[in-house]
Write a protein that binds this ligand. Sequence first.
Ligand code: DOR
Ligand code: ZN
Length: 345
Amino acid sequence: MQTLTITQPDDMHLHLRDGEALKAVLPYTARQMGRAVIMPNLKPPVVSVADAEAYKQRILAALPEGSAFEPLMTLYLTDNATPELVREAKAAGIVAFKLYPAGATTNSDSGVTDLFKLIPVLKEMAAQGILFLVHGEVTDADTDIFDREAAFIERIMKPVLVQVPELKVVFEHITTAEAARLVSEAGDNVAASVTPQHLLLNRNDLLVGGVRPHHFCLPVLKRETHRQALVAAVTGDKAHKFFLGTDSAPHAKSAKENACGCAGMFSAATAVELYAEVFENAGALDKFEAFASQNGARFYGLPENPRKITLVKDVQKVPESLPFCDGEVLVPMRAGGETAWRVEY
Ligand code: DOR
Ligand code: ZN
C-alpha cells in the first residue's frame, strides 16, 4: 500500500471555540497537527494579552493526556488597538493580530470599521515583526457577496501595502484567482492560507440540487475557475507563499441546518487527508509536505515540527456526525463519504 511520511503539519488558521465545544473539537486537531494558529473570535473576542493567556490555558487544559500540541495565540484587532498593545502582544509571545472587518463573518461585530485609522498600529506590527492576519472581504451591502474578496484587494489590501510595505501579512482563506495573484506577485512579506474546502469545492457544491448548508462558509465558495486558480497557486512556481490553514469552524448541526444557517465548515477531523487529495489530484504530491508542514512555519519564523506523520493510501469513511456540546452533533466536511487517504495514529 502506498504511504507518505511527512513532517507533522501545522494548521495556520483554526477555530476552537471554548468550554465544552473546545473539548469536543480540540482532540481532532491535536492528533494531526503539531501547532495551530488559534482564531480569537470568541464571544466576547480575545482582545487583550490577558484574554489570550487565559484562553491558551483553557486550550492546554482541554488537550488529551500526553499531547504535545501547541496553540499559537492571536489577538482580535479592534478600532481601539494601539501601538502599545502591539508591543505588549509581541513581548507576550502572541504571534499575530487578526483583522475581521466589522460584520464580515461569525462574531465579527467588534471588528474594525476603518482600517486606515489603524495605520500607526499596523506600522508597529511591521516594526515588531508580528503578523497581520486578514479576513479579506469588504462588508458594504452594495458589494455582491461573491465579489467581496476581489473588492477588498483593490480598496484595502493594495493601499495598506503601499502605506506599510514591510507589514507581514497572511491573506487568510483565499478563495479567488485575484487573491492568489496578489499574493504570488507581492513581496515575500505577503503569504496566504488556503482551506481544504476552497481547494476541493466550488459554488455548485453549495447550491446545485438544493442548498447545502454544510458547505456554507465565509468567504463563500466561488466558481470553478477560482478553485482551479487556487490549486495552481499551491502547486505552482510561487507555492512557497501558500500554506495549510483549515479555517475549521465548528457549528452545531442545528445552527447549520437552519433558516439562517451559520457560516463555517468543520474539517479538522480529516484535514490532512483532504489536502492530500488536492495535491494527488493535481499530480503534485511532492509539493504537499512544503504546503502542510514547512511554508507556514517558515513564514511565522518557527522551526519545523520534530515529529513525522504517515498517510496511507486507503479509503477511510467519514462519519455522518460527531459529538459536539449541549447534546448537539457536528457534521464534518465530507460527512457520510470517504477520503482517499488516512492518517496512521
Ligand atoms: O465560515 C467561517 N466561519 N468563516 C469565518 O470567517 C469565521 C468562521 C467561524 O468562526 O465560524
Ligand atoms: Zn476563520
